[in-house]
Ligand binder design. Structure first.
Ligand code: BJ8
Length: 427
């Protein structure tokens, strides 16, 4: 375990702006202490994930730094369409770079219009302000052509960092899946050049199993949330999912399975942080990057519990596994393309499968109501909300759409709407 002095030296070695970063260190612990720490009835084994989060700019970035010193490469990613399996099979480490903190938004606004989604502004600011060790340690940034905001932001970011953009098809026909397989082959070539390693069947087979095992652990965690009373709060479950984007995948799966052992015992004993009759909320919509716990906090301090997230920091990240039985490298790449193209992002048209997923999850997780969460200026998800609302109306599932950013300015206004929604669910 590195000392604070060693970590600070690492921050300096990777070119961070230490003075500006002290501003982050002054605010981030406060968010954790206000939102996560005071929860009652937390499982003991959540402790590991809390430690990862409270030392978010220390412990894991230091491991990535050491990986580089040993000749390895680090890839930064912004979307669940980027296949981690390829990067891992080439002895690379991939790490999420999506910004979830208001702290970075003003830095992003120096480069992007103010009416850009906060996730993009925060991601941009964390790199441009030199205040994220993950951004500083990454050898290559992998962007993707999904929404317009991201596509244009990558062009600006590419002036500052080595960047590769994956094209993501916007439809899901057979030829689109073939095209995505070609995109994966191109990623292989780029990553081989950077790492100096050659992709082969055995290492890819192993990395497919490793990433699938991480998904299996997350699926197991999420299944525990179908119980009543729910054995873990939505805030803690979301925090575990957020950690999955940064942590070593093997260690993460081990620690998540240990947590699940405890949660499954809690289910038998009917223990949990909330009463069994509390309204259950399914959250759907745009991703919530660490430390964005805003909506979950409002819901869980207003008399309800979040039991599932249909989002890229939720089921879209881990529900689908990659086929493990491919017999050659071509088959493995095709299996990856097929699996990743099952992700139901609103950048696809049509995207009816997302609505079907939400209705199915609402039943499986016994949700009393659905909150559709859209980050401000995300045209994709806010537009898709129309079709979702009418489909849920047909199913008689209560629905609330909210649009917000990372600031606290609208919190009380949102609380009023969320409380009214929960009250309606109780009635
Ligand atoms: S697969 S959801 S991670 S693109 S919220 S930046 S869409 S304007 S994050 Fe996403 Fe991949 Fe899709 Fe998932 Fe743009 Fe919308 Fe912002 Fe978004």
């Amino acid at each position: 375990m590195a000392t604070y002095q060693e970590i600070r030296q690492m921050w300096s070695d990777v070119g961070m702006d230490l003075d500006k970063h002290d501003g982050f260190l002054n605010t981030f612990p406060g968010i954790y202490k206000r939102i996560i720490q005071p929860q009652e009835g937390r499982p003991d084994k959540i402790d590991y994930f809390s430690k990862v989060v409270t030392s978010v700019h220390g412990r894991r970035p230091y491991e990535l730094f050491k990986h580089k010193q040993n000749g390895g490469k680090v890839f930064g990613t912004y979307c669940v369409y980027v296949p981690d399996e390829i990067l891992l099979a080439l002895n690379g480490v991939s790490t999420g770079l999506c910004g979830g903190d208001q702290f970075w938004v003003p830095g992003g606004e120096k480069f992007l219009p103010a009416n850009t989604c906060p996730l993009i502004k925060s991601s941009m600011g964390s790199r441009m302000d030199r205040t994220s060790p993950f951004c500083q340690v990454a050898d290559m940034f992998i962007g993707e052509a999904t929404c317009d905001g991201k596509k244009k932001a990558w062009e600006i970011l590419a002036q500052d960092v080595p960047m590769h953009i994956m094209e993501v098809p916007q439809m899901k026909r057979e030829k689109d899946i073939q095209r995505f397989a070609e995109e994966i082959w191109q990623l292989v070539e780029i990553a081989q050049n950077l790492t100096g390693n050659q992709l082969n069947y055995d290492t890819l087979a192993q990395s497919i199993i490793t990433i699938n095992n991480k998904r299996r652990a997350l699926k197991r965690l999420n299944r525990t949330r179908q119980a009543s009373p729910v054995p873990i709060s939505g805030k803690d479950a979301l925090m575990v999912i957020q950690v999955a984007f940064y942590d070593d995948p093997i260690r993460f799966a081990e620690m998540t399975n240990i947590l699940c052992d405890e949660l499954e015992e809690r289910i038998i004993k009917k223990e949990g942080p909330f009463a069994a009759d509390i309204p259950r909320i399914l959250v759907t919509g745009t991703p919530m990057a660490l430390p964005n716990w805003k909506l979950h906090h409002l819901v869980e301090t207003s008399g309800a519990v979040v039991v599932c997230e249909e989002s890229c920091t939720g089921t879209r990240y881990f529900e689908e596994l990659v086929e493990e039985d491919s017999t050659d490298l071509n088959g493995q790449i095709m299996a990856l393309a097929e699996r990743y193209m099952k992700t139901n992002c609103a950048c696809f048209t049509p995207n009816q499968a997302r609505t079907e997923d939400i209705i199915r999850y609402a039943k499986e997780y016994k949700a009393d109501g659905i909150i559709d969460y859209t980050l401000q200026f995300c045209g994709l998800y806010s537009t898709e909300s129309y079709l979702l609302r009418s489909a849920l109306k047909n199913e008689a599932i209560p629905f609330l759409h909210i649009e917000t950013d990372y600031s606290e300015q609208d919190s009380e206004q949102l609380r009023t709407r969320i409380e009214a929604f929960i009250e309606m669910l109780r009635d």
